[in-house]
Design a protein around this ligand. Structure first.
Ligand code: FE2
Length: 240
């Protein structure tokens, strides 16, 4: 039996058809094994799933949003400011949303034992950050532009530079996950994770925009990435 634990079940509706990647996409090899083989069974959410575990705003430190200042020294690589808004239906800003990111370092390496890519770790970069959206739904991170990395999905497979995003909602059951890419990346058209999003226009909504306004002179380039949860401009989300 397969269990549907998709978050925000109200979002999994007709207007997301063609928007989210399928469970099973032949070119994305990992999905061949993990995709459900049986029809999904929807389990009604109970109070426990909807109310806990929760996070408290007090546990989110403003320093969590600056990935370049989490260690004694500065990480290697190109600094960037990553900002945007989290929007609901009709462009309504979602305030107080926990936005988490995780990413490879500038050399394309994650500090995780499963990542054995022959590229250097950076002792000054953990690659994880979080913040809460403000009253206008805005979030902002300072980080390092991640490097591309190989992933053995097929011969000569390289992931485009990307940053993983999680929107937590109010509990684990309401978590949404997606990835952000960079404009003009030549690897996008070769990437099964990007290309398995059926709607070509929706795919492009995962590509951030270079943002002159948030670029800091002498310091960091700005990129903008808005996340829209519903409606015509909704952002594609990964399957849990
Ligand atoms: Fe990744």
């Amino acid at each position: 039996m397969s269990v549907d634990v998709r978050p925000f079940p109200e979002l999994v509706d007709a207007d997301r058809a063609g928007l989210d990647p399928p469970y099973d996409h032949f070119d994305y090899v990992g999905t061949r094994l993990r995709a459900p083989k049986e029809p999904l069974v929807i389990i009604p959410s109970t109070l426990t799933e909807l109310t806990g575990p929760a996070y408290g705003e007090s546990t989110v430190d403003p320093r969590d949003a600056d990935l370049t200042r989490q260690h004694a020294g500065q990480p290697l690589g190109e600094r960037m400011v990553l900002s945007g808004r989290v929007l609901g239906s009709d462009g309504k800003p979602l305030r107080g949303q926990l936005v988490e990111i995780w990413q490879a370092n500038a050399a394309g390496r994650y500090p995780h034992r499963a990542d054995q890519h022959d590229a250097p770790l950076d002792p000054n970069f953990s690659g994880a950050g979080r913040t809460l959206t403000d009253a206008e739904g805005r979030y902002r991170f300072v980080t390092i532009r991640p490097g591309e990395y190989p992933w053995r999905n097929h011969y000569n497979a390289w992931r485009p530079a990307h940053i993983h995003f999680s929107l937590f909602g109010q509990a684990f059951m309401t978590r949404l996950v997606t990835q952000m890419y960079f404009p003009g990346d030549p690897l996008l058209e070769y990437d099964p994770m990007y290309c398995c999003i059926p709607d070509q226009h929706a795919r492009k909504r995962l590509v951030s925009l270079f943002d002159w306004e948030s670029t800091i002179p002498e310091q960091a380039l700005g990129y903008r990435f808005d996340i829209v949860l519903r409606g015509r401009d909704a952002t594609p989300m990964e399957k849990p």
